[in-house]
Structure formats: C-alpha cells, structure tokens
Design a protein around this ligand. Structure first.
Ligand SMILES: Cc1ncc(COP(=O)(O)O)c(C=O)c1O
Length: 457
C-alpha cells in the first residue's frame, strides 16, 4: 500500500478515528500543557509519547504510569531502560529519602562513590577500575577518548544500527544507501562536522563477517571497536559466535573491544551481557539501571586503560569533568538498586527472561496465526516490535515503509492503556507481574485487530 492510500485509510478508519477521539477526550490537561509548552520549549524531550499529542506523567508506581489527567497506563517505557525494578521501587525511595535529609549536592564526593563502585565490580569482575559520570552519552564519549589516548590511534569503529548516545562521535551512522557489508558513514542531523564520519569513525556491518575483514584492514589506525551486546534497534541474544569471533579478531589485531552496556547493564543479567556471553571486553560502559533511576554513566575496564583517567603509572592523561558526577543522590539510588538486584538476582533475572520470552512468543504466535506482518523481537525484558515480513538480521532489514502502520499501532496500544514511548523500544520490569504481562499480550492483540479492522494490515 502506498503512503497516500495508507494516510487515506487512517483518516477514514473507524478504529483510527475512535481511538483519537478517546485519547483526546481523556487528556485535556496534557493537551493544554503541550500547547502552553510550545511558547517556551524549543523541543519536548525527544521520543516521548506524542499520540495524538504529548501525554504528561504525574506519578508512577510499579508497572504503572499515571498521567496528569488521571489516566493509568501499563508502562513499557521503563524510564527508557533504567527501571529494571519497576517504577518507584521501595528500596530506592527509602534510600533517596534518607539522602535528601542529609543534602543532595556537595561537589566533594561522598563515600557512596566507593560503595557503588564496589557493587559494580562485584557484578562485573573484569572491571579493575571505573569512573562515574552523568549519562551514557558522557560514558561512551569518555571511553572513546580513553581508547584513543591509550592506543595512540584515532579511529573508533561502531556497528550499523547502533546507538551510543548523542556526542558528535556517536552521531555517526551508516549511510542507508551504502553497501550493507561495507557501509560508509554519515552524520546524523546538522552540526556534526563531516570530518568526524570521514576520518575519525569507521562503520562496521552488524552480524556480518566482513566486519572482521574491515578490522584487519584498518587495524593500524583503529583504537577500538564498540558494540552494543544487544542493539536496541534489533534486540536478540543469538550473537554468541559473532561476538566470540569479534573478541578474537580484536585481540589478534591489537584493537581494543568495548561493550556498551548502557542499556543492557543489570538488565539482561546481573553480570550484564558480558556474563551472558562469557566475553571479556577491554572497556565497558554502563548507565541507566546502575543509577537506580537517577542520571548516571560509568566507564570501566582494564587498569592500564582506565589509568588514562588519572594519568597513573605513566598513562597518557585524559581530561574529564562534571559538576554532578558521582552525586550523592544518584549514588544512593544506585547502591539501593544494585544491592537489591544482587540480593535477589536468582529470582529477578530468570523472571525477566521467562516473562520477556513469553511476551515475545505469544505475540509472535498471534501474528503468525493471523498472518500479521510483524515480529516482536526481544532480548529478555527488552523489546522492539518490527513491522516487516522479512527476516530481520540487522537494522537494515527493517522495512521503513511500514513506519506509518507502526505509529498507528502504538496509538491503538495507548488506547488499550499500554504505553510505549516514541523510540518504540519497550521494557518489562520486575514489577510487571504475570497478570500484567497477560494484559500487555491482550492489548497487543487488540491493537493489531484495530489495524486489521481499518484495513492497514
Ligand atoms: C547503548 C547505549 N549507549 C549510550 C546511550 C546514551 O545514554 P544516555 O541517554 O544516558 O546519554 C544509550 C541510551 O539509550 C544506549 O542505549
């Protein structure tokens, strides 16, 4: 179906009209905030819900979000990933309350930094040393700098379909028109100098052995290869061979390997994807879950590379800073969350995997039975619904012509009280009970049927 026909169907669709009427009718306060905000905000925080207008959240608890109009939704946003334990877990709330009574920002560190670093090292024994910063973006940016300083080489390689935050280096993407096995790079959005894509970064094909040839060819200028052990655009856990080979090739070529575990850290397993795959990268970045829901980034790894942060033992010193790095509130929330995960890891992680796989399996079974061209991809509790009849190997296989249908799907899902944010990456948490997961499965089925009713799929 072409775009014009699709738009026409949505415009006239009985279900499309009904869900818009329902959502607009029950969210007048959000509509007003959105109108008023346009006077002063250059942009909403990106990728929130904007169907049919932004919806503003007032409070959250466990698996639920409540908007400012008093509507309740099952939350599949997971705070964009950090909320592995759900919204407002009691242990974190208590820790934050105690910290607030003592003060929340001193600049000078508290002992919380040491406590959280010990907890992270316990979960990830391959980390000799680590540093804290305020976001995943900062963490990956520092890691690129450390790798360049340590190796004396300037190029950092990323994979097609990856996301590593919004620093200039991370905003280098594969040119969608380029050869999928030897992709060329381009920059995302204005303001990032082309030289970053042309000279400082290398794009590698994902789940494609040509990546190993490219690393071998460029090894003399390649400081580090960076990979998300689960790409949020293409969540899956069947990469054992690819990652094992990647580790071997990087070692053979004298190129550092980094796992960017900002989104997977303490979500896929207590020991993160490194534990799941049994692979030791040289550097790792964490973020999201490690802060217990407060802003955080972490760079960790081998002592000799991490020495660049202090210049210890003659390592080339890199400059870093950050007013709020290691702040006491984040440290308290992170300690409470990670300690809880540690104490309950044998229940939490099998549960997240079982329920995640169940959600994926049941939605996919339904799609197969009903002949719906969609697949819910998942890596344990992380999901991405791909509207495509093709087998998805890398993000290149995702059929972007179905984006309008995808958007409409999430509108209907919201109409059935399940909220997935605009990035269309969904999560369940420890707080999503089996009954809640059942409700999510039902809502997915109803939303697909709404699309079918209007002839969109
Ligand atoms: C793998 C990965 N790296 C880095 C980032 C950037 O983290 P932040 O949004 O905290 O800057 C993200 C965010 O989604 C991510 O998924």
């Amino acid at each position: 179906m072409n775009q014009v026909a699709l738009d026409e169907k949505i415009l006239r669709g009985e279900k499309s009209q009904a869900v818009r009427k329902k959502l607009i009718g029950r969210t007048p306060k959000s509509a007003k905030v959105s109108r008023d905000g346009k006077m002063s905000l250059a942009q909403e925080v990106v990728q929130t819900v904007d169907l049919p207008h932004p919806i503003y959240i007032d409070s959250a608890e466990g698996p639920y979000l409540n908007d400012i109009d008093g509507n309740q939704y099952i939350d599949l946003t997971g705070g964009f990933g950090p909320n592995v334990l759900g919204n407002r877990p009691e242990v974190v709330e208590r820790a934050l309350g105690s910290q607030v009574e003592k003060g929340w920002h001193f600049g000078i560190p508290t002992s919380g930094q040491e406590q959280l670093s010990v907890l992270i090292k316990e979960a990830d024994p391959s980390v000799d040393k680590l540093v804290f910063c305020n976001s995943g973006t900062e963490a990956t940016m520092y890691a690129f700098r450390a790798a360049r300083a340590f190796s004396g080489k300037k190029v950092v390689a990323l994979f097609d379909g990856s996301y590593h935050g919004v620093s200039d280096y991370a905003l280098v993407k594969a040119d969608a028109k380029s050869d999928r096995s030897r992709p060329t790079s381009t920059t995302l959005g204005s303001g990032v100098p082309g030289v970053v894509a042309d000279e400082l970064m290398l794009m590698l094909p994902y789940r494609d052995d040509t990546a190993f040839d490219l690393i071998r060819e460029r090894k003399d200028e390649l400081a580090m290869v960076v990979v998300e052990p689960v790409q949020s655009s293409n969540p899956r856990l069947d990469n054992q061979d690819f990652f094992s080979q990647l580790r071997e090739v990087c070692t053979e070529c004298g190129v550092l390997l980094m796992f960017d575990e900002v989104i997977t850290g303490f979500r896929i397993a207590y020991g993160s994807c490194k534990e799941y795959y049994g692979i030791e990268p040289d550097l790792v970045t964490y973020g999201k879950a490690v802060g217990g829901g407060l802003p955080i980034g972490v760079v960790g790894g081998r002592k000799d590379i991490m020495d660049t942060f202090s210049g210890a033992d003659g390592a080339p010193f890199i400059f870093t800073g950050g007013t709020f790095s290691g702040n006491p509130l984040t440290m308290s929330a992170g300690i409470a969350a990670i300690q809880y995960m540690k104490d309950n890891k044998d229940e939490i992680y099998p549960y997240l995997k079982t329920q995640g796989d169940r959600l994926g399996r049941e939605v996919n079974q339904f799609c197969r039975l009903e002949n719906i061209p969609a697949k819910l991809m998942n890596a344990a509790s992380m999901f991405h619904l791909v509207f495509s009849s093709n087998e998805v190997n890398s993000a290149r296989d995702i059929d972007s012509s179905l984006r309008t249908v995808e958007r409409e799907f999430y509108l209907h899902l919201l109409g059935h009280d399940v909220l997935v944010p605009g990035i269309h990456l969904a999560f369940i948490s420890w707080a999503h009970t089996e009954a809640v997961v059942e409700e999510v499965i039902n809502a997915f089925q109803l939303a697909f049927m709404d699309l079918r009713h209007d002839g969109l799929i």
